[in-house]
Design a protein around this ligand. Structure first.
Ligand code: URA
Length: 240
C-alpha cells in the first residue's frame, strides 16, 4: 500500500511542478474515479490509480520503461548540442519525470533504444557485470569477408582498451552487411571494431537488446511504446 496526496501523485507522473499540479487540481481539471477533486491534499492509494486530466485518462505508474525505434540525426545525450535530443520524440511528461536513455546510441545509429526513470534499473542494465548482449546490424563500405568475421570473433585491439574486444557472435548478411553481438557498450564500439578489422561501418542499426527484438516491438522509426512485464523479462540475462 502506498498512499500519496493528489498534488504529489500528479507531479510524480510528470504533469509539471508541484505548484502547477496544485493549480490544476484547484481549478477542477482533475478527476479521480469519476469524481472531480479540488483538494490537492487529499490522498489516494497509488497502485492501480487512474485519473483524468484535461479530458485525458492517466494510469499511475511508479516507473516507466520505454522502447523507442530511434531515427537517425537524433542525440541520446542529456544535453543535446548539435541535433534534437531523443526526449523531443517523447511526450513532455517523460522529461518531467526524469526519463533517460539506457546507454547511448550514436546520433547516426538507428534502432532499439530503451529508456526509463527507474535509476536502479538503468544502472543495472548499463553495468558491465550484467552482460546484456546487444545485437547490431552493420552495413559495411567494403564487402564482408570470412577474414573480417574471423577477426571480429577473435577480438580486435582498440587504441584505448587494455585488451582486445571480441564479438560474441558475428554473421554476414549478404555482401555488405554483418550482424554483430557485443556485451559491452564502449564508445563507438561497433564502428571502431569494424575499422580495426579493416572495414568501415557505413550504417548501424541496433536490432535487439537481450532477447527483446526491434521486430517484435513493431515500431516505426521515431515511434515509442511502454514495455510490458513479459518484454522486460526478455532483458534479463537468464534463459527464458
Ligand atoms: N557501437 C557504435 O559504434 N555506435 C553505436 O551507436 C552503438 C554501438
Amino acid at each position: 500500500m502506498n498512499k500519496s496526496s493528489l498534488d504529489r501523485i500528479l507531479q510524480s507522473q510528470g504533469v509539471g511542478t508541484r505548484k502547477w499540479c496544485r493549480q490544476l487540481i484547484e481549478a477542477g481539471e482533475v478527476s479521480v474515479h469519476g469524481e472531480i477533486v479540488t483538494d490537492y491534499k487529499r490522498s489516494f492509494e497509488t497502485s492501480g490509480l487512474r485519473f483524468r486530466l484535461f479530458d485525458e485518462d492517466w494510469e499511475y505508474r511508479e516507473f516507466v520503461y520505454l522502447a523507442l525505434n530511434k531515427p537517425p540525426d537524433v542525440e541520446c545525450s542529456r544535453k543535446p548540442s548539435h541535433r534534437p535530443g531523443v526526449m523531443s520524440l517523447l511526450p513532455e511528461e517523460f522529461s518531467w519525470r526524469g526519463v533517460q536513455a539506457i546507454g547511448r546510441l550514436d546520433h547516426d545509429t538507428t534502432g532499439l533504444l530503451l529508456l526509463t526513470d527507474d535509476g536502479s534499473f538503468n544502472h543495472a542494465m548499463s553495468s558491465p557485470k550484467r552482460h546484456v548482449p546487444k545485437l547490431y546490424l552493420a552495413t559495411t563500405q567494403d564487402p564482408v569477408t570470412p577474414a573480417l568475421v574471423e577477426h571480429l570473433l577473435k577480438g580486435v585491439q582498440l587504441s584505448d582498451e587494455p585488451a582486445p574486444l571480441a564479438a560474441l557472435r558475428c554473421e554476414p548478411r549478404g555482401t555488405h552487411q554483418v550482424e554483430i553481438v557485443i556485451e559491452q557498450g564502449k564508445y563507438h564500439q561497433v564502428k571502431r571494431m569494424l575499422a580495426a578489422a579493416g572495414n568501415h561501418c557505413a550504417a548501424l542499426q541496433r536490432i535487439a537488446v537481450g532477447r527483446l527484438t526491434l521486430e517484435s516491438l513493431a515500431l516505426q522509426e521515431g515511434e515509442w511504446r511502454y514495455l510490458d512485464t513479459a518484454e522486460l523479462a526478455l532483458l534479463s540475462t537468464e534463459a527464458a
